[in-house]
Ligand binder design. Sequence first.
Ligand SMILES: *Cc1c(COP(=O)(O)O)cnc(C)c1O
Length: 337
Amino acid sequence: MITVDLRSDTVTKPTPGMLEAMWSAKVGDDVFGEDESINELEAKAATMFGMEAGMFCPSGTMTNQIAIKCFTQPLDELIADQTAHVYRYEGGGIAFNSGVSTRLLNGYRGIITAEMIEPEINAENIHYPHTSLVVLENTVNKGGGSCYTLDQIAPIAHLCKANNLKLHLDGARIFNALAHTGDKSVDYGKYFNGVSVCLSKGLGAPVGSVLLADTATIKYARRIRKVLGGGMRQAGFLAAAAIYALDHHVERLKIDHAHAQILADELTKLDWVTGVLPAETNIVLFDTVQPADQVLAKLLEKGIKASGTDKHRIRFVTHLDVHPEQVEYTVQVLKSL
Ligand SMILES: *Cc1c(COP(=O)(O)O)cnc(C)c1O
C-alpha cells in the first residue's frame, strides 16, 4: 500500500544531497560564534531578507518568542490575529516569557489590515497596557496557507512606524507566500523589525529557524537565546542542511502548491465535502459532513495520514516528500470514500 503523510510539512526527511551537505559541514562552537556553517546561514538568510543580521535557533517557537521579548517590555501589549501561531500554539509563551498581554483581531483567514489595527492601539493611559508590537503571520497556518502581499503589509508597516510600534513577521512559511505572491524576499527588510523563517517546514531541513533583525536586536536576542537554553555548540551540521534547503528547495515549493490545488479541486467535487478553502499555497482546509475523526480513520485505513483542525474540518499539507503518484493515489482514495 502507498502511504501518504499529509499531516504537516514538518514530516520531511533530509534528501541524499542534504545529508551529504550535513556530512561535510564545517563546524565549531556557536556559543563562541565559531561555527562557520551557522555564521554562513545567518548571513545568507539576513541578506535574502534585506536584514542586517540573523540568529539560528532550534525552533520557530523560539525565534518568535525571542523576537517578542526583544520588541516588548513587561506590561506591554501586542496585537495579532486571533488565529496567530504565537498566541495559539506557543503554549502561552507571550505571557510566560515576556509578561505581555495579547490583543486579538478577527482577520479574514488570519489576514489583518491597518484599519483593523489602528483602533486597537491603546492611548497613553495608566489603566492600559502599552501597545508596542504587531505580529503578522505569512502564510497563515490556521487560515489555510493564506498570504499577505507586500502591498497589504506596507500600510501596516506605515501605521506601526507612525505609532512607534515594532512589527514582527512569523514567516514560518514565508517562502510559500513568496512563491504565491511573486514578492521579493529582500523587500521584507524595509517593513519588518523582525522576521522569523522556519527551515524545517516546506524547505525540508530537519531542524531550525532563523530570526532576522538589525544588529543591535540580534545581539540582545543572543542573550535571550542563551538564557532559554538555546545556545547550541556544533550545530553547523543543522545549518548546513538549512543552507542546502535555501539553495535547492525554494523554487520547488511551486510543485507543492500545484499538488495542493489538485487535491482542493478534487475535494470540491465530492458530495461528502461541504466546503474547501481556496488553496493558495501548500495547505488545504476542508469541511466534511461526517465528523473529521471518522473521515481521518477511513483515510488512515488506506495509508493516508491527515489531521483534523476542528470537529468537521480536515487539513492536508503538501511538501517535499509528497510525490505526484501519491497525489494521484490520494485523489483516487478521496473519490472512493
Ligand atoms: C510551525 C510554525 C511555527 C514554529 O513552530 P516550531 O514547531 O516551534 O518550529 C511558527 N509559526 C507558524 C505559523 C508555524 O506553522
